[in-house]
Ligand binder design. Structure first.
Ligand code: FMN
Length: 157
């Protein structure tokens, strides 16, 4: 896909088909995480791709009303050293754009019970869990959400 089309066509997807995500696509998403920039090149994070049905169920319990967590065949859980969620968000955005390029849907999930995820995946207290991302084929095609006009967001001085 042309790069501008990737950026412009990304949407938050909250309904997923059960179809599995091919390994080669997942590998390209993981590479996008790996090459992202980080402060002083610290790479202060771990990304856990949860594919086991049993584990996905346990992780989805962290936010039971968000059905997309139960539907998506892959849940990516980002864990990072405390105070390093900024670096993590950059890497996750790389992955999300790579997923769009692969024809996959994703959604940033920031509203969930961290303790439930930490327990399910055995993530230690030295880590934060800033974000989760369901990954899979979209079962909906939402249009663009409204955005503020450019002149409210950008100043050129
Ligand atoms: C940091 C962050 C946390 C978010 N958390 C959630 C969430 O818990 N649940 C959800 O459905 N969407 C969540 N979203 C998605 C936003 O609602 C969405 O990006 C916004 O409404 C714009 O829609 P779009 O992504 O389709 O352009 C989150 C987005 C970001 C960047």
């Amino acid at each position: 896909m042309e790069f501008t089309d990737v950026i412009m066509s990304r949407r938050s997807i909250r309904k997923y088909l059960p179809d599995p995500v091919p390994e080669d696509k997942l590998r390209r998403l993981q590479e996008a995480l790996r090459v992202a920039p980080t402060g002083s090149n610290r790479q202060p994070f771990k990304f856990i791709f949860v594919v086991s049905e049993e584990l996905r169920k346990q992780v989805a319990e962290a936010s039971p009303t968000q059905e997309c967590l139960k539907q998506a065949p892959v849940l990516m859980v980002a864990a990072c050293q405390k105070g390093r969620s900024f670096d993590t968000a950059i890497a996750v955005d790389h992955m999300i754009l790579a997923a769009t390029n692969e024809g996959l849907g994703t959604c940033w999930i920031g509203w969930f019970d961290r303790a439930v995820v930490a327990k399910a995946l055995g993530i230690g207290e030295e880590y934060e869990i800033p974000i989760m991302v369901p990954i899979g084929y979209a079962a909906e095609a939402p249009g663009p959400r409204p955005r503020k006009p450019l002149d409210e967001l950008v100043e050129v001085r």
